[in-house]
Design a protein around this ligand. Structure first.
Ligand SMILES: Cc1ncc(COP(=O)(O)O)c(C=O)c1O
Length: 348
């Protein structure tokens, strides 16, 4: 699981220290132990960013990063036939695991993948994986694929679906700084594909890269009818000048677990008189750009204030007060919310 260091490395196609052309000598590994030795060398002395992985192909949990691999003939690898989801581990609890798992299985059903495991077994595997990882703060990412079999378009030759999951050590904290965003020029996915969390994230990746190339953090998609949709891996929310919290309808975008929780929690600010109302609605670009506050909403944030959009300030261009109140509500829920939402990890 190597990562490339810079965009120049990424774009040049050059591998540092490797000769080109006919001089390029490809090593043939005559045994798996020879390959393993090389992979061991690659990871030796390095901190492991991925403390544990589960694979239904192995039928268990592995702790060695060099073995964290999936088969190349998996339909998810060569045809994108897979779905995924993510939950966060915070202070030794998995937040909203059941909500994420329910969406995961809804996505799987739309992608016509039938899990070999029930929701409760998937849950148990993920909890055991988190425990084996010893990770107290990070992300739990998991995939259901049509499984390995062959390289054809039809999954008919893939006898059984595969389930993979990995724990990633990651530090995150409440976001207090605001970011800049742009309107994406990359076409957004059609509702069928946008409403299921499948592995085809190329539009999302290109949209994020476009923003980064323009000095922004990320982007905002606007649909064919001119309504605000979502960000590349986050939902988006607005506070109108009348102090209404508005989130775009979810019929043609991903129904974010964090956005759903925000809609449940935000009425507390209405009771306090800080917000006038909380609703989902269609928002035109003009209405959205006239908002007094704007924010991204997603699992690892949970709220990220947006202060500039297409080079124009949102509201007064500062992090919004109500944005931070909403962020506090969600953060409090993540660290000390109801037991039903926070699954304790039974570390050994
Ligand atoms: C396209 C897209 N929209 C929205 C979200 C936010 O969803 P959640 O709050 O469940 O992280 C995500 C992340 O999963 C996403 O990939």
């Amino acid at each position: 699981m190597a990562t490339l260091k810079s965009s120049s490395d990424r774009n040049s196609g050059a591998v540092p220290g490797v000769q080109n052309g006919e001089d390029f000598k490809v090593q043939v590994f005559s045994s798996s132990s020879e390959l393993l030795e090389k992979l061991h060398d690659k990871w030796s002395g390095k901190q492991k960013p991925y403390p544990a992985m589960y694979s239904s192909i192995f039928g268990g949990i592995i702790l060695d990063p060099e073995m964290m691999v999936i088969p190349i003939d998996d339909h998810m690898v060569h045809r994108g036939h897979g779905v995924f989801d993510t939950a966060i581990i915070l202070d030794g609890f998995i937040y909203e695991l059941d909500v994420h798992l329910a969406r995961f299985l809804r996505s799987a059903s739309k992608a016509k993948i039938t899990s070999s495991f029930s929701q409760s077994t998937l849950r148990s595997i993920l909890i055991q994986l988190a425990a084996a990882s010893l990770c107290r703060k990070g992300t739990l990412r998991y995939w259901l694929s049509a499984g390995p079999g062959d390289f054809l378009l039809s999954p008919a030759g893939c006898p059984a679906p595969a389930f993979y999951a990995v724990v990633i050590d990651e530090d995150f904290s409440q976001c207090k700084e605001g970011v800049k965003v742009i309107t994406s020029t990359i076409p957004m996915k059609s509702p069928l594909f946008a409403t299921m969390k499948n592995v085809n994230y190329l539009p999302n990746v290109l949209s994020k890269m476009e923003a980064e190339e323009k000095g922004a953090f990320a982007s905002i998609w606007v649909d064919d009818e001119g309504h605000i949709a979502e960000g590349p891996n986050v939902n988006v929310a607005f506070i109108t000048p009348e102090k209404e919290l508005v989130l775009p309808f979810f019929d043609s975008i991903l129904s974010g677990c964090t956005a759903m929780r925000l809609l449940e929690l935000a009425p507390k600010l209405v009771e306090l008189g800080h917000l006038k109302s909380v609703k989902t609605a269609n928002l035109t670009m003009e209405e959205a750009k006239g908002a007094s506050e704007m924010m991204y909403v997603g699992s690892t944030l949970p709220i990220l204030p947006i202060i500039v959009w297409d080079d124009k300030p949102i509201g007064d261009g500062n992090v919004g007060k109500l944005t931070m109140e909403l962020s506090d509500l969600l953060w409090e829920d993540m660290v000390a919310g109801p037991e039903t939402l926070r699954v304790p990890v039974p570390y050994a």
